[in-house]
Design a protein around this ligand. Sequence first.
Ligand code: BES
Ligand code: MN
Ligand code: ZN
Length: 502
Amino acid sequence: MINIEIGVGSAHEQVDDGVVLPVLKGGVFTASGENLRNMQTEIMDDVLKTRDIWGNQGEYYPLYRLQGTASRSTMLLAAGDEKKLTLHVLRSLSAKLTKDLSKQGVQQAACYLAELPVKGASVADKVQAIGEGAYLGLYTFNHHQTTKKESTNGLQCLRIMLTSDDAGKEENAALVKAKAVALGTIFARNLGNEPGNICTPEWLGEQALSLSHPKLNVTVMDKEDIEEAGFTALLAVNQGSAKEPRFIVLNYQGGKKDDAPVALVGKGLTFDAGGISIKPSAAMDEMKFDMCGSAAVLGIFKAITDMNLPINVLGVIPSTENLLGAAAYKPGDVITSYQGTTIEVLNTDAEGRVILCDALAYAVEQKPCEIIDFATLTGACVVALGGQATGLLGTGEAVKEGLKKSGRHTHDRVWELPLFEEYQEQIDSKIADIKNTGGREAGTITAACFLSRFVGDVPWAHLDIAGTAWNMKGTDISPVGGATGAGVRLVVDYLSRKIEQA
Ligand code: BES
Ligand code: MN
Ligand code: ZN
């Protein structure tokens, strides 16, 4: 894992193999680049004037062994239009930078990206974004490739350069936070990327147990425990699978003893074939990612325990496969949930809401101050929002507003869909209390309507991460075809702000 530090000092004095200076559209340097230009006027002026790449965010112009500098190479990094700079641009640039430098065999680099002006952002915010980008950009998942060994020539150390006035406590804390958030995100990605034959409910339980902190208690219920507790909807979905289900409960007591916890509930479907209402085979392999809701919850627990956040958090994860064994639940079946509500199963592929309803009802019993659930719940959400935003629905106005704010800040974005009362009738059943599908229209909303029947009066936000949990095309911060860790940056930021406001 790369080592990231804060550094101070001018660009020409750095002995690192690589020194990275951002250049804005129009060929404008930030302070350190400008200082170097003053020393190297001819070469630098020439490069700035004759190359017009500075608007092409992420492009480089390398200057090797620039006279008067101590470093092997001075990389000019195009940062684009100053007006379009955001924390996420910094995060993406940093991810791209670390990947590229790594490929070029640069082992230590000093980067002056934090000098870029971002409206409304503190230096600490910028350090955090750059740090996150570096950790996340370098992420790979290749341990199943027997010939791909981790390269030792890659980037080992990145120094985020600040002025000595800026390099203080807050900036160092931001770096610690970036690392915790990134490691939480990476934990979630690793769980998500692991295939269904390895990432089984049992394995997921073991991963939860691997988290360790003096104030964290993890319990994993096996099938017998689940039967005894009466999580009957989870058991119904599990009927078609040869593998046992698990019900995972995490209790983090970082806050005051009697403070009500925030409950985080995550869908842990380790493989979703659809059940008897089987899915088409095209891209069915992607349904190994159907446990990314639970991965987000575990990633958040990893981050908040690393950060010792002073808050109480409850985690609840129902986990099973959805397969087509001889005992599988069938369309038309009526099942009774843990809460007592009866459910007419019209489509066995709408299994996420079925396992989540038991987990939500259990969470409500623990008297949380609010509930946030994470689920790759509906294909309809992918149609509505694509991969750019997580669907947000729910009854808790304050928690929803808080999540929107954190979404904007972290670029782990959310977009709200309505939960108007009128949608509820779409899940009325003729023979049971509710049915598990609401028809073709408003599929993401009717799935949330189903969940809403199980949260009582607890303020609740539902995050449908079906479109954001993995990314087939990849982004600067997340590799092609892999889990993204969606929800981790979002909710760690949300919880941090909640603590500040308390
Ligand atoms: N896990 C899927 C949702 C999904 C589909 C997520 C594609 C990401 C990409 C979920 O269990 C499911 O199958 N939902 C059904 C519900 C329908 C039968 C009401 C869906 O969206 O098609
Ligand atoms: Mn399904
Ligand atoms: Zn599913």
